[in-house]
Design a protein around this ligand. Structure first.
Ligand code: GUN
Ligand code: ZN
Length: 434
């Protein structure tokens, strides 16, 4: 294989650590005029253009983006493929929303052609928004996950997904059984887990829609293969929390249900966690589990405000999730815009560098993939973005008033969206160009 080397010149910014742990200044690295060198799908160097250009071999093409910022690709730690067609469904909170809108929409994925059509739209939408890695719920149908992985594999994307397991409290047309859910998940794991940059996540929807038998088998699956992920929902909505208490009276609380069935661990990601208590945060942190903070969804479904300071107190791994279709945007920039407001409503702040961390390195740590993605460190996969300072007239005008990278970053997160993403690269390949 001939080596493919390219260099990208622009402002460069990436996270080095969690600002909550090291302070803001030590949490990032910024080169106002930087150079990113990419070789064979990996980042091989980054630094100031003035330092790197003189020693760059003459045959390396340099692509120069003026008034642009290169960042790592964004990581969406919670999203639903089969809800692409129901973003913005009116009027309900979680449990009625599921019954009224979600389940009928997901039922269409019994049809393989439909699954393929939506997988294509979904992946294009992720890339248009700068999301290069996502932790994805399929529907109950294994073909939803096959369609997604086939499309992701063609572009050599780093993606994680799983078929929903749900064997009760949902319409008959949308349930599996404890046994079929186990066997179908196993077949998908055999087909996809570890293939290229793809990973499998065991996906019990949430405690109310799985019998104890199904949760037992989900825990068993996690023990059968190395490095499997587990994704589910937790403590999103007060009615839901109450329902779980009624369904599992013998357990101490919602998290204890998952704990009992051995679903906590270093590759377990729990979406929402709006109503978690202090002890539950401590237990999540102790087991190395992570939470996906989903602000647009939590506002849209009226679920509540995620307590990020409490998670920080426990050093709990947190990433951000769009939770499309409960969430209202595929844009991680817009998700960070709403995350800021969640903190404002709790009398707290969300610095732009913490937001950058959550969307990149923090998400990678939540997924235990920080050696591969989430930063521009040499050796990482070349999954990165070119953000355009002139994406819209207002952004262009507003950024002229920004005095430093902190202000620039915050304005990108406040005014930015898919239009801001000029290019998206995955494994060094251009996979989206605005
Ligand atoms: N809880 C169980 N299923 C879902 C879902 O599809 N979306 C959200 N937001 N919460 C859930
Ligand atoms: Zn969800």
């Amino acid at each position: 294989m001939p080596s493919t080397r390219k260099a990208y010149r622009a402002a460069l910014l990436h996270s080095l650590a969690d600002p909550a742990e090291v302070g803001i200044e030590a949490s990032y690295e910024y080169f106002p005029d930087g150079l990113l060198l990419v070789e064979n799908g990996r980042i091989s160097a980054l630094g100031a253009a003035s330092d790197l250009l003189p020693s760059l071999p003459a045959d390396v093409e340099v692509i120069h983006h003026v008034d642009a910022l290169i960042t790592p690709g964004f990581i969406d730690t919670h999203i639903h493929l089969p809800q692409t067609g129901m973003v913005g469904a009116y009027g309900e909170q979680l449990l009625d929303w599921l019954n009224t809108y979600t389940f009928p929409c997901e039922s269409q994925f019994a049809n393989r052609a439909h699954a393929e059509e939506v997988a294509d739209i979904f992946i294009k939408e992720l890339l248009r928004n700068g999301t290069t890695t996502a932790l994805v719920f399929g529907s109950v149908h294994p073909q939803s996950v096959d369609a997604f992985f086939e499309a992701a594999e063609k572009l050599d994307l780093r993606m994680i997904a799983g078929k929903v397991m749900m064997d009760r409290n949902a319409p008959d047309y949308l349930t599996d059984t404890a046994e079929s859910g186990y066997l179908e998940s196993k077949a998908l794991i055999e087909r996809w887990h570890g293939k290229g940059r793809l990973h499998y996540a065991v996906t019990p929807r949430f405690a109310p829609t799985s019998t104890p038998e199904q949760l037992t088998l989900a825990g068993q699956l996690l023990g059968e293969y190395p490095d499997l992920y587990m994704q589910t929902h937790i403590s999103e909505n007060l009615q839901e929390v109450q329902w779980v208490k009624e369904l599992f009276p013998e357990r101490k609380g919602y998290l204890d249900v998952y704990d009992h069935y051995q679903l906590l661990g270093e590759r377990s990601v729990f979406a929402h966690g709006v109503h978690l208590c202090d002890d539950e945060c401590a237990r999540l942190a102790q087991t190395g589990s992570a939470v996906a903070f989903c602000p647009t969804s939590n506002f849209f479904l009226g679920s509540g405000l995620f307590n990020l300071p409490m998670a920080e107190k426990h050093k709990l791994n947190v990433g951000v999730g769009t939770d499309v279709g409960g969430g209202t945007s595929f844009s991680i920039l817009q998700t960070l815009n709403e995350a800021y407001k969640v903190m404002q409503l709790q009398g707290a702040r969300l610095s732009p560098f913490k937001s950058l961390y959550l969307a990149t390195l923090g998400g990678a740590r939540a997924l235990r993939l920080e050696e591969r993605i989430g930063s521009l460190q040499p050796g990482s996969d070349a999954d990165f973005l070119v953000l355009d300072y002139h994406a819209t007239p207002l952004l262009s005008y507003r950024l002229k008033q920004a005095r430093n990278i902190a202000e620039t970053l915050f304005v990108l997160m406040t005014l930015g969206d898919d239009r801001t993403v000029k290019q998206t690269y995955a494994a060094g390949n251009l996979v989206h160009q605005r």
